[in-house]
Design a protein around this ligand. Structure first.
Ligand code: NAD
Length: 309
């Protein structure tokens, strides 16, 4: 039996432990604070912790200390390795009170999410995989999309918390379903970003202006999310990472990780993903030099001068 019977109060006396305060987790935790939740944070990075302390969070020196009084634990970590390290190797699960709700927002393999969920059940804890879409802008604005896998009753418990950080909250299915939906989305995003960079390069090399071509494609059938809000060519869109040296945003290393998660899922289930394979090949090369730059820096594959080396 899990703790599904108990509810997480939508009132603001819910205590939340938040672990992983990077480009996404930092602004997400700040939005919880703004909504009046009591939040205790932990990260390996002292500067990330200081920023959250200034925003009103309690700080802790370990994941276990952060979760001491928590009814809800949220993690926003780079990859499955760190998620498993904290919940399983450090065994945070064993130190949580029964009925604690765990919401892992990191993008990780569905198999890893299922493994942690199974162990959580063993300790009578509710676990949800709840990866997000919407980027750092969505994290800051509190307009993220949450794609949730897990039991429906746990999903209902989580909704008031997720609503403080996001706008669209989907229940994709059982444990791991949130991660499967998320990697389908990100495989498509990797394809769209690479394709958009390729098309822009073709136009530019044939004498077109990047902004003019972008606007034409935006109003034509090539329209897609990257052209709408995340143009990969510097200077076309003031608030896109391309216009600030590809800093912040969604690291190429993370896109590379997500494409490989998609390919692994496809291989495990005998599904063909030829376009996903092409995009993965591009990011395989790209991360050798540009792992930490935003994923739109794939533009440099075609026009190297767009990044300052
Ligand atoms: P990030 O690298 O900026 O942040 C990760 C944070 O986790 C860092 O602050 C790091 O210090 C911390 N961390 C790492 N290991 C830790 C540990 N063992 N204990 C405590 N803290 C630890 O990454 P991000 O961009 O915030 O992405 C986080 C997750 O969200 C990833 O899985 C990514 O794929 C996913 N995601 C990112 C975006 C985006 O636009 N950045 C969008 C959707 C999903």
């Amino acid at each position: 039996m899990t703790g599904s019977e108990s509810t997480v109060a939508s009132t603001k006396d819910t205590q939340i432990a938040f672990i992983g305060l990077g480009n996404m987790g930092g602004p997400m935790a700040k939005n919880l604070l703004k909504q009046g939740f009591e939040v205790t944070v932990y990260d390996l990075s002292p500067s990330a912790i200081t920023e959250l302390k200034e925003a009103g969070a309690n700080i802790a020196e370990s994941p276990k200390m952060a979760a001491t009084h928590a009814q809800v634990v949220i993690t926003m970590l780079p990859a499955g390795q760190q998620v498993k390290e904290i919940y399983l190797t450090q065994n945070l699960l064993a130190s949580l009170a029964a009925n604690t709700l765990i919401i892992d927002c990191s993008t990780i393999a569905a198999a890893d999410a299922k493994e942690v969920a199974q162990q959580a059940q063993h300790y009578s804890l509710d676990f949800l995989d709840a990866p997000v879409s919407g980027g750092t802008a969505g994290a800051m604005a509190g307009t993220l999309t949450f794609i949730v896998g897990g039991e429906k009753v746990a999903f209902e418990r989580a909704k008031p918390i997720l609503a403080a950080m996001g706008k669209n909250i989907f229940h994709a299915g059982g444990h791991g379903a949130g991660q499967v939906a998320k990697i389908c989305n990100n495989m498509l995003l990797g394809i769209l970003m690479s394709g958009t960079a390729e098309a822009l390069n073709l136009g530019i090399k044939n004498g077109l202006d990047a902004a003019t071509l972008s606007n034409i494609m935006l109003q034509s059938s090539g329209r897609n999310w990257t052209l709408e809000v995340y143009n990969p060519y510097p200077g076309v869109m003031d608030n896109a990472p391309a216009s600030r040296g590809y800093s912040g945003g969604f690291m190429s290393a993370h896109m590379h990780k997500d494409l490989h998660l998609a390919l692994q899922t496809a291989a495990d289930t005998g599904v063909e993903v030829p376009m996903g394979q092409q995009a993965t090949m591009l990011y395989d090369e790209h991360i050798n030099a540009f792992a930490k730059l935003d994923f739109s820096s794939i533009m440099a594959r075609f026009i190297p001068e767009v990044v300052d080396e």
